[in-house]
Write a protein that binds this ligand. Sequence first.
Ligand SMILES: [Zn+2]
Length: 63
Amino acid sequence: MANPKYKTSHSKTRRRRANIHLTMPSLTTCPNCKAPMLTHHICPSCGKYRGKTILKSEEPQEN
Ligand SMILES: [Zn+2]
């Protein structure tokens, strides 16, 4: 069975993992209401995507 010849040092492990980090999602502004929104997603503020209303504005619901 193939085995690594040398043990990976802590330094090498940590250098490799230094590049693993979270990245910010790409945000854009809605052309309708100027609110920040994710690209290729429905605007969470006005519920529109590419000029079309996908979600209607929610009214307060009573449970
Ligand atoms: Zn919007």
